[in-house]
Design a protein around this ligand. Structure first.
Ligand SMILES: Nc1nc2c(ncn2[C@@H]2O[C@H](COP(=O)(O)OP(=O)(O)OP(=O)(O)O)[C@@H](O)[C@H]2O)c(=O)[nH]1
Ligand SMILES: [Mg+2]
Length: 318
């Protein structure tokens, strides 16, 4: 499929600092590139609050519509999460598909999931995102063609029928329960063997997999793209002192991670909770690295991992 042309839209609220707003837009552009699209124009508007029906103001919508025609754009992506009504109203007005940042991240995860567990987790997150947004627009959604925002794990098209979705959610949860049990068994065995466990965590693209590979002579996917790693990988590592540890490479974090994704990836992220020690990898060459660190620390806190001893590794010095 040829590269999709995308218009990014964003509302800047009075309480958002300029530099943080700009970096969230840079990140949106990287996310689009990771998904295989190209942002042709970024359109922003300062507003006191999000427009409840349209997200963005009506005058701005006219301008955006003109740009869509000018670029023959395939898709509009909003920087914030949209309600069902907002995305329906926008796509009716623009006459093209409209998705939000969360759907974009879910789409990237969907195309990256490799293991059975990863695929099930992403599908669950996508379905849980979709379900409350389906009311009265099932047929509209199912008319959508392929493209960014419509991909399911393993490139199957996302099903948009409510009843089917509910059944599928139940089925996935049942299957994931099995996987969770297996993981628990592994963990118990490791605990029994009293192996010291170290987890590499950090913002996406910080260099976790690169460090993991160098330390363990492995080939975890390392790539200059967001979310290269989805499935945790664990290897034995002998430290120079002779001390044996298990090192785990994990999925990267990002700000505004969709809540349905955090919930679905809980079992994967629980690997971090079991760690005796955390290596927090930071891309110190990134201008927003302080904010990245804050995001990671906040998510670690949510995962109840903030009591685990942590060493911050300032990576990419060269
Ligand atoms: N310049 C420089 N680049 C690095 C360094 N470490 C890693 N990289 C590059 O940064 C990019 C991301 O590295 P990964 O190891 O895939 O990062 P990650 O943290 O595993 O990313 P996700 O799995 O996407 O969360 C790759 O292109 C690496 O080659 C470093 O020390 N210096
Ligand atoms: Mg990685």
């Amino acid at each position: 499929m040829s590269e999709e042309r995308i218009i990014a839209i964003a509302v800047k609220k009075p309480n958002q600092q300029d530099d943080l707003f700009d970096s969230s837009l840079d990140e949106l552009v990287s996310l689009v590139e990771t998904a295989g699209g190209r942002v042709v124009e970024i359109m922003t508007q300062n507003r006191n609050r999000i427009h409840s029906a349209f997200y963005i103001g009506e005058g701005k919508m006219e301008e955006i519509k003109e740009k869509i025609e000018e670029y023959d754009a395939d898709l509009v992506i909003s920087n914030d999460e949209l309600s069902a009504g907002q995305s329906r109203n926008l796509s009716d007005f623009f006459g093209c598909r409209v998705i939000d940042r969360s759907q974009l991240i879910l789409d990237i995860f969907a195309s990256r999931a490799r293991t059975k567990e990863g695929k099930l987790q992403v599908e669950l997150a996508q379905l849980q995102y979709l379900l409350p947004r389906l009311r009265g627009q099932g047929t509209q959604l199912s008319r959508l063609g392929a493209g960014i925002g419509t991909r399911g794990p393993g490139e199957t098209k996302l099903e948009t029928d409510q009843r089917h979705i509910r059944n599928r959610i139940d089925e996935i949860k049942r299957r994931l329960k099995q996987v969770v049990k297996q993981r628990e068994q592994y963990r118990k065995r490791r605990k029994l063997n009293e192996v010291f466990q170290v987890a590499l965590v950090g913002y996406t693209n910080a260099g976790k997999s690169t460090i993991f590979n160098r330390l363990t002579n492995s080939e975890s996917l390392e790539e200059n793209k967001l979310f290269a790693t989805l499935d945790p990988l664990t290897r034995k590592l002998q430290l120079p002192s002779g001390f044996q540890v298990l090192l785990t490479d994990t999925v990267g974090f990002i700000q505004q991670l969709p809540t349905s994704l955090i919930a679905a990836f809980r079992s994967t992220l629980e690997e971090v909770r079991e760690a005796d020690f955390i290596l927090h990898v930071v891309d110190s060459s990134h201008p927003d690295n302080e904010q990245h660190q804050e995001t990671v620390l906040k998510l670690l806190d949510e995962l109840e991992c903030s009591n685990i001893p942590t060493l911050t590794v300032y990576n990419k010095k060269i």
